[in-house]
Ligand binder design. Structure first.
Ligand code: UT7
Length: 323
């Protein structure tokens, strides 16, 4: 038994904010940045911000509906829901349970996975294992974030990088792959390089739960581990990089993505890039990019796609898919 991607979906909140607009807003509060800096260092040109009353479960449910529609599967047929998010609607219940309620699915297990920007590849790996074990036949795997809620708009080194959105896939049990191989890793010793170090205690916020990132340290770690895990997952599948039709790395920085392409000997036009439009949407970035490339016809049935995540934890992982 294997799992295969039966359908993809995504959803972005309507409020698109260009670098120029963000730079002028930040200038009003004395924070200096520019379109030129953001584009040249990251490739980002715009991002989407959800309105204050919009939650991850709302974005996630919209993406899930689109994925179910594409897969031709109803909410009643869904027997597993996993949502990757670091910006849940509330402490509990999980965002996955709230999505279950919103889409009208009933009775199936639903839970969140918290692996920050690696969340979607973690969630895909868990869903794949559950389908292969026979525990589920139609899994909804969602990455949904309102990452703007974690940003400190006085910190120009981070607030220009992130955005909100959601992406989803329906994974279906299948006699042929599908998902060919998966690999996950974490190094908690590097938890401090990317974190939102706060919590709730006795009804009070304790610590400082806004995003903090040592950008250069994360950059360096990302290029190293993304290459390692790409080779591991290809090795596990008994293949090499020449099998790849498409690379979908976590959408954080165009320079990291292009460096991955060079290491895998893939030309730039084989890398699916949405970071210029969406910014870094954390766990939503990979399924958003996947859905864009499926819907615009670049990714076709039979193509081999490498999905890669990397982020806070420190976490990283890869999923190799015959789409
Ligand atoms: O989602 C998880 C994965 N995340 C990532 O993969 C992010 C990885 N890191 C990065 O993408 C890059 O490190 C950044 C884009 C975050 C930063 O780029 P960098 O080339 O590493 O810049 P830097 O942090 O070394 O900063 C260079 C300069 C500094 O000025 P000085 O000290 O050289 O005078 C910063 O203060 O750029 C300055 N700077 C800015 N200037 C204008 C930092 N942010 C800004 C800004 N606008 N927004």
């Amino acid at each position: 038994m294997y799992s295969r991607i039966a359908g993809t979906g995504s959803f972005l909140p309507p409020n698109r904010v260009s670098n120029q607009e963000l730079a002028s807003r930040l200038a009003e509060q004395g924070v200096e940045t520019s379109d030129e800096w953001i584009v040249s260092r990251t490739g980002i040109q715009s991002r989407y911000f959800a309105d204050p009353d919009v939650t991850s479960s709302q974005l996630g449910a919209q993406a899930a509906e689109a994925a179910m529609h594409a897969a031709g599967v109803t909410a009643q047929e869904i027997d597993l829901i996993i949502c990757a998010t670091s910006t849940p609607d509330m402490v509990f219940p999980s965002t996955a349970c709230l999505i279950q309620q919103r889409i009208g699915a009933k009775g199936c297990p639903a839970f969140d996975v918290q692996a920050v920007c690696s969340g979607f590849v973690y969630a895909m790996t868990v869903a794949d294992a559950m389908i292969r074990s026979g525990a589920a036949r139609h899994a909804l795997v969602i990455g949904a974030e309102v990452f703007s809620r974690l940003l400190d708009f006085n910190d120009r080194t981070t607030c220009v990088l992130f955005g909100d959105g959601a992406g989803a896939v329906v994974l279906q049990a299948s006699s042929a792959p599908g998902i060919v191989a998966t690999r996950l890793h974490a190094d908690g010793h590097q938890s401090g390089i990317l974190c939102a170090p706060g919590a709730v205690s006795g009804g009070q916020v304790i610590g400082d739960p806004v995003l903090k990132m040592d950008g250069p340290a994360v950059f360096k770690a990302a290029v190293t581990v993304l290459e390692q895990v790409a080779n591991e997952v290809l090795h596990a599948a008994g293949r090499d990089a020449s099998c790849l039709d498409w690379l979908i790395p976590h959408q954080a920085n165009l320079r990291i993505m292009q460096s991955m392409g060079r290491k895998l000997h893939l030309p730039d036009d084989k890398i699916i890039v949405t970071v210029h439009e969406h910014g870094n949407t954390s766990a939503a970035s990979v399924p958003l990019a996947l859905d864009v490339a499926v819907r615009d016809g670049r990714i076709q049935r039979g193509d081999t796609v490498l999905l890669e995540g990397v982020g806070g934890g420190f976490t990283w992982g890869a999923v190799l898919v015959d789409y």
